[in-house]
Design a protein around this ligand. Sequence first.
Ligand code: NAP
Length: 255
Amino acid sequence: MSLLANHIAVVSGAGSGIGRAIATGYAREGARVALFDINAAAAAETAEAIRSAGGTADSFALDVTSRDACFALAKEVTEKIGQVSILVNNAGIARRNAFTADTEAVAKDWHDIISLNLNGVFNMTQAYLAPLRATRGRIVNIGSIQSFLHLRTPSSAAYTASKHGVLGFTRALAAELGKEGVRVNAIGPGFIETPLNAQVRATNTTLVQTFVDHTPLGRTGRPEDIVGPAIFLASDLSAYVTGTIVMVDGGYGTV
Ligand code: NAP
């Protein structure tokens, strides 16, 4: 079954981790995928892997914090590939400086994290609004367990604020665009093993164990764990689902 046949999907941060897995999964379901990443080589490598497996993929360098670059690339993609019907706002960073840490470092974290995790979502969504409205498209935003919680394990207020913001944006946009048939949902990953947390996993096994101990399914997640829910939210399987967040956290939020 090709759940995403005839769709054109854009995935930001598609060169690594969760974005890479989602783009690969979407291509497997028949979507033509456009992979965006600030790391052009990583996006190109993922696109090549998708093509080698028989999918259709193009890659583009993009820094989603640049509104102008998002709009310029949206124009290029529409002209070269067609009207985007699925947008996955995935690119994001996490840092674990406490708010009481060095003032300048905390201010830089705030700027960088909000610019990417929240403003990047805004930039991309605005840039693709026209094709998404024309195609009665679907938006999938990547939130977090920190769309609801602030972790007692070290994290940053900026990251928590950004992911709460992603959920609020998801709900507000779903309400505004629903009448036009555009669906807007989010995914809330738990601790997923990706390069984003490679250093933590390598240097702080206690922290990782704290996560696992708190997780009913008793393990960390893998990027592939996000793929099924991401396909669900982009496909007609979720035709009557909008404004919600699907938690993919091994049950972390339930205990
Ligand atoms: P990842 O492996 O680090 O992948 C993120 C990708 O985004 C990287 O290729 C990165 O490039 C790229 N990127 C960074 N800045 C960018 C920019 N300004 N414009 C475009 N692309 C940019 O991270 P991940 O774990 O897959 O995370 C993906 C999303 O899931 C993020 O929104 C994250 O907050 C969320 N999430 C992750 C977890 C988790 O446990 N992993 C949990 C909850 C939520 P560089 O590598 O060159 O920086």
